[in-house]
Design a protein. Structure first.
Length: 165
């Protein structure tokens, strides 16, 4: 009997005890047509709500922030849900939540797409600082300039025609 045979037969029919992953993601998406819906008084509650939506799809929020026309999410991605499903859940839930804030928000909508970027453990702190400092950052750069810088830093090719709807 070879070692491989013993190893295979010993573990046949036995489930692996655990699956582990630690994948951090930085996701950015804006409001439809960059309408500044996310007024300052709404954002803290919105971000808390989004963190709860992430939790519902087994993803752990690290930091959520943004400006009146866009949002940044930094989170640990679920090992059981695809990124697209996680984002779909957060955007759908938060859109409903915002619309429930009153008549002034009934036409709210997120843009159709999003940008998602992987973050290594060593880059997590600097990404969180970046999200925390959105107010300061946007005194110097527009959202368009910001997203172009992020795409460039991640060497991501994109068609600008589709990003700004």
């Amino acid at each position: 009997m070879t070692w491989e045979y013993i190893k295979i037969t010993k573990h046949r029919g036995v489930k692996m005890p655990q699956s582990l992953s630690k994948i951090y993601v930085h996701v950015v998406f804006g409001t439809k047509h960059r309408v500044p819906w996310l007024i300052e008084r709404v954002r803290p509650e919105l971000y808390a709500f989004m963190a709860g939506s992430l939790k519902l799809v087994d993803s752990q929020s690290v930091r959520i922030g943004g400006m009146p026309d866009h949002t940044h999410l930094v989170f640990r991605l679920s090992k059981t849900y695809a990124l697209s499903k996680v984002i779909e859940r957060v955007k759908t839930d938060s859109s409903s939540w915002i619309k429930s804030r009153g008549k002034n928000f009934e036409d709210f909508a997120w843009q159709n797409g999003y940008g998602a970027f992987s973050i290594g453990q060593s880059g997590l702190d600097s990404t969180v600082r970046y999200v925390v400092n959105q107010q300061t950052h946007h005194q110097r750069f527009s959202f368009k300039e910001e997203i172009r810088q992020i795409f460039l830093a991640h060497q991501l090719e994109y068609n600008e025609k589709y990003f700004w709807e």
